[in-house]
Write a protein of this length. Structure first.
Length: 658
């Protein structure tokens, strides 16, 4: 039996150390590592050791009672959304870790929502109960935010100290000493409460099965085997969500948690059936020693060493089969459905690629979670100009590993922009580039301002030059008017300028508009009307009239009340209800225009229009304001006039650097 599970949740909820404890408990490791020391199995990269948080999804293969469990320890920080969604694509169920101290957080709900969209079975594991927290209050909070929650475990206290668990469906209680369970009677002072929860859980399961419900209503006894089967089906179909308790600190409940994985959560065959082999690349890693490693989830079928898989990139011969255990590759005798396969030196395989044997499958046969657009950008500058030749290859590797990043060059500012999902995301991307041998600096990007005109003006642009032989002559009279977007109109009558020079004149106007009037930013939102002029039979040419058109724009535009424009973005901020006031107040201080507020589950969504200049460091500000629980998305909206006092500063700075 195989289970393939994504361990997800808010940052700091204890996922990584829980995975570490399960690895040690099942004999996959001799002793526990520590997150703060960077010695856990799944957090092994230099970036994870530097920052003390998970940056990539770690693979933990567990062996328990003859069964295999692939646990995918995904990052908690929303910055690493690509890794989180990749892990969920590769899993058959989501195990959502919730700290007993912190309760339901925004990362809890995000992970839950993505798992729901992928149609995954879901369960909750409550962590850090040994550090405090009210389990029963948390249970109600989970019910109100996540849906039909069903406690699979309940805590047992002795003298106010948490010492063990009740297996709710079996009605058995255990005290733990050194991680080892000892069956005990349910404490008398907790019997009534535990029995109440047990009856509620049994009834909730029975209600999901028509046969059991008929028996129950008819007064017949519901046997444990029938209840267990109905429980599994209810979890698999998303009708109930079990809540377990697992402590890596006190080593309580690890055995019951592993049993719950096997009993409640679906197998690969239940999700994908049987048939020819089908897999998908959910993650790519460029290891400095091993090179390009493609991580593939096998959804269906079984692979043997020497088999060949087909892919969009061509055939892939599998001389050996490997899975990963943290940074190490472990050889496998075969890879049945559910296996997380690690394929080294597979440069032709990229994230999202489907692999198969037999007939090519349809793309909708495998799970897909869309990556959101990145919303934080920084300008990328090389520390050593001699690395320009290496930068392209380093960026290719970076984007290969993390397609949730985006790189683009702004043609106006000339800057290379690196887009990510948060400051930590960009910082670790910078560190990754250094691993590839290219050191960069990240700076706040320049704002791509625009200019426009606010009133009508007209005037002449005349180019006349005699240099011996043929001279140069072009004479253009131009009228500029404010308009929603650029337009050009030819109002020449009587042949004062031949029509053949129209294109050259417009080219001159447009070229001059690119160079700006106030501060060298492109001019937009105007209509150019050529209404008069003159020409010379011998000296006029396309070049002469292009120059005349450019001169006409440069002469007329300063008289048309030019103003500076700035990009304004639609901003959606996702926060808990208690932070809405702070967010709105801050946005108003950023020249934002609040448009309204909606609900997204338990979260409030504040919608506003805010100038980009006020958002360059918003990721850091929002994180501080909400203790890391806030999130936001950006989308370009329009250009708007910069207030005069701010425009003067921008123009002055531009003139100093020109």
């Amino acid at each position: 039996m195989i289970r393939t599970l994504a361990l997800v949740g808010h940052s700091g909820s204890g996922k990584t150390i829980l995975g570490e404890a399960l690895l040690v408990y099942t004999g996959g490791k001799d002793r526990m590592g520590k997150v703060e020391e960077g010695s856990t199995t799944s957090d092994y990269t230099p970036e994870e050791k530097t920052h003390g948080v998970s940056v990539r999804t770690g693979v933990l293969p567990l062996e328990y009672q003859g069964h295999k469990i692939y646990l995918l320890d995904a990052p908690g920080y929303a910055d690493f959304v690509g890794e989180i969604r990749g892990a969920l694509e590769a899993a058959d169920a989501a195990v959502v870790a919730v700290s007993a101290e912190a309760g339901v957080q925004i990362g809890t709900e995000r992970a839950w929502t993505v798992a729901e969209r992928l149609g995954l079975a879901r369960m909750v594991v409550v962590t850090k109960l040994e550090k405090g927290g009210d389990f029963f209050a948390l249970l109600e909070d989970l019910r109100s935010t996540l849906g039909p929650i069903l406690p699979a475990h309940l805590p047992i206290y002795e003298g106010g100290k948490w010492v063990g668990l009740v297996d709710v469906l079996r009605g058995k209680a255990y005290r733990y000493t050194g991680g080892k369970p000892e069956e005990i009677p349910v404490p008398e002072d907790q019997k009534a409460g535990i029995e109440k929860y047990r009856n509620e859980a049994r009834e909730a399961i029975i209600e999901t099965d028509e046969g059991l419900l008929e028996k129950y209503l008819g007064g017949e006894e519901v046997d444990e085997q029938g209840l267990s089967k109905a429980f599994h089906e209810a979890v698999r179909k998303g009708l109930v969500y079990p809540v377990a308790i697992g402590s890596s600190g006190a080593m309580i409940g690890l055995d019951l948690l592993l049993q719950l994985f096997l009993e409640a959560l679906p197998s690969p065959t239940e999700r994908f059936g049987e048939g020819p082999c089908l897999g998908k690349v959910f993650k790519v890693q460029v290891d400095p020693f091993i090179g390009h490693v493609a991580f593939v989830r096998i959804y269906r079928g079984t692979l043997k060493p020497g088999d060949t898989l087909q892919s969009e990139g061509g055939a892939v011969k599998l001389g050996h089969l490997y899975t990963a255990k943290g940074k190490d590759l472990v050889e496998l005798p075969e890879a049945p459905a559910g296996t997380i396969l690690a394929i080294p030196k597979a440069e032709s395989l990229h994230r999202g690629m489907i692999l198969w044997t037999g007939n090519r499958p349809e793309s909708d046969e495998v799970p897909f979670a869309r990556l959101p657009d990145p919303n934080v950008m920084m300008a990328l500058y090389l520390e050593n100009r001699g690395d320009e030749a290496k930068l392209g290859e380093a960026l290719r590797k970076l984007l290969e590993e993390d397609p949730s990043l985006k790189v683009e060059r702004n043609p106006e500012t000339g800057e290379m922009l690196l887009w990510g999902h948060g400051d930590l995301h960009l910082e670790t991307a910078k560190e990754r580039l250094a691993d590839y041998g290219v050191k960069v600096q990240l700076r706040l990007p320049k704002i791509p301002y625009r200019e426009t005109i606010r009133k009508v003006a007209e005037g002449q642009g005349k180019h006349k030059k005699q240099t011996g032989g043929h001279g140069q002559y072009g004479d253009v009279w131009l009228r500029l008017e404010p308009a929603p977007e650029y337009a050009f109109e030819w109002r020449i009558t009587g042949g004062v300028i031949p029509t053949k020079y129209q294109e050259a004149i417009e080219a001159g106007i447009r070229e001059a508009a690119k160079q700006g009037v106030l501060a060298g930013f492109p001019v937009i939102g105007f209509k150019a009307i050529v209404y008069h002029g003159s020409y010379h039979d011998v000296d006029s040419s396309d070049m002469a009239f292009q120059t005349a058109g450019s001169l006409a724009f440069k002469n007329v535009a300063p008289q048309a009340q030019p103003v500076l424009l700035e990009p304004v973005y639609n901003l959606k901020v996702f926060v808990t209800q208690d932070r809405v006031g702070d967010v709105i107040s801050d946005l108003q201080g950023r020249r934002g225009r609040v448009l309204g507020m909606d609900q997204d589950g338990a979260l409030a969504v504040v919608q506003a229009e805010v100038p980009l200049a006020e958002l360059l460091e918003y990721s850091r500000v929002l994180s501080g304001m909400t203790q890391g629980t806030g999130a936001y998305s950006l989308e370009f909206s329009h250009y708007a006039e910069v207030p005069p006092h701010l425009a003067q500063k921008v123009i002055a700075q531009r003139q100093q650097t020109a």
